[in-house]
Design a protein around this ligand. Sequence first.
Ligand SMILES: [Zn+2]
Length: 422
Amino acid sequence: MQKILDYFQQITQIPHCSFDTSKLKDFLVSFSKQRGYEVLVDSADNILIKKGTSKLIFQAHYDMVCVGEAPKIETYIKDGWMMAKDSTLGADNGMAIAMMMALIDEQKECEFLFTNDEEVGLIGASSLEFELEAKQMLNLDSEDEAEVYIGCAGGVDIEASKSYDSFLQSKEFYEITISGLKGGHSGVDIDKNIPNAIKLFAKFLKDKDIQIASIKAGERINSIPVNLQAIVFCKSELKSQKYIDVKKIDGDFEVVKGGEIIKILDNFKDGVISFNDELNIPNESINLALVTLEDGELKIQTSARAMDDKGLENIQKDYEKYFKEFSLDVKCEGKYPAWKPQINSFSKEVEKAMIKVFDKSKFKAIHAGLECAIISKKYPNLEITSIGPNIKSPHSTSEKVELVSVFKTYEVIQEILKDMKF
Ligand SMILES: [Zn+2]
């Protein structure tokens, strides 16, 4: 088990931020060749490592989100958890790489698939072309022990835009600032009733006679918006309230009529569209993520998710129609498929192994994207399941991984291999 931590430590010292992964690729290639494995690298720098007659594919991505000091990573251990000083740790998905290296070192006759640039839009997985031998694949990119993942959401970004005629206006302007909201991931946190800065803004100005000079709202397409700044013209007095700071300002600004824009944002049905009680996650959702209004140009960006492809198509159609009713131009981008939740014979095997080690197990699906979705579309006959050790706050400088959980997850892997009778 110490071997896994040593390998992980080694990985942290090899830079592998997304879009800059070649050093870790070279390392993994030579590590595996030295141990007598056949190594293939494709044009997207995905790596397939294999030996003998493989009955099982292990899969992880080998890029990481670099935040703070990363790729300079200094690890430390506190209360049984490993963290990094002022940077992401890269346990997502480096701990899986370390476990796979240990299996390679143990000469396991399996296929080991390392995908590139997952964190920046599932890029590697999207161009996978390797021929795979085994009919079952274990993805190691989940982040909760004693859980067996059997499905994930697909998604699409829906963007709408429109030009409004502007005219010069003076006096009676207000600067509106919304801040201090909790924020969260647009998929896994969308059912947690986290206030959305854009919806608060629309509700605040609803039924008021206003003109708008500018709006700038939201941080990124996959998070629930925390901040908003806007300059509006209003003859009646606007007052600050919780989360909303209002300040009177002087000046002349180009403005557009505000009524329609506020109506578009206020009537927009944001959040969970339907819920899956069986899996206890949203089935379909949409996040009103970003809005800008500048020089009369309105741009709205949303991200929709669904646990099956049909559902995703329906949301896309409904919201395209919604925006078109207001004569907005709509375009859809970055669509990726869902991995429809399904218990297969392999996930049952994994559940058995999980119960042996943890005395418990739970089938789960996640309302966010995983590479499993793309891989299952490319290899429809492959049975896929995903597991992983406890990792908290990935993609942030508070990322941490529980070491006992890593060891136990490795035990689960050994149990799965035992049961497959090599
Ligand atoms: Zn990951």
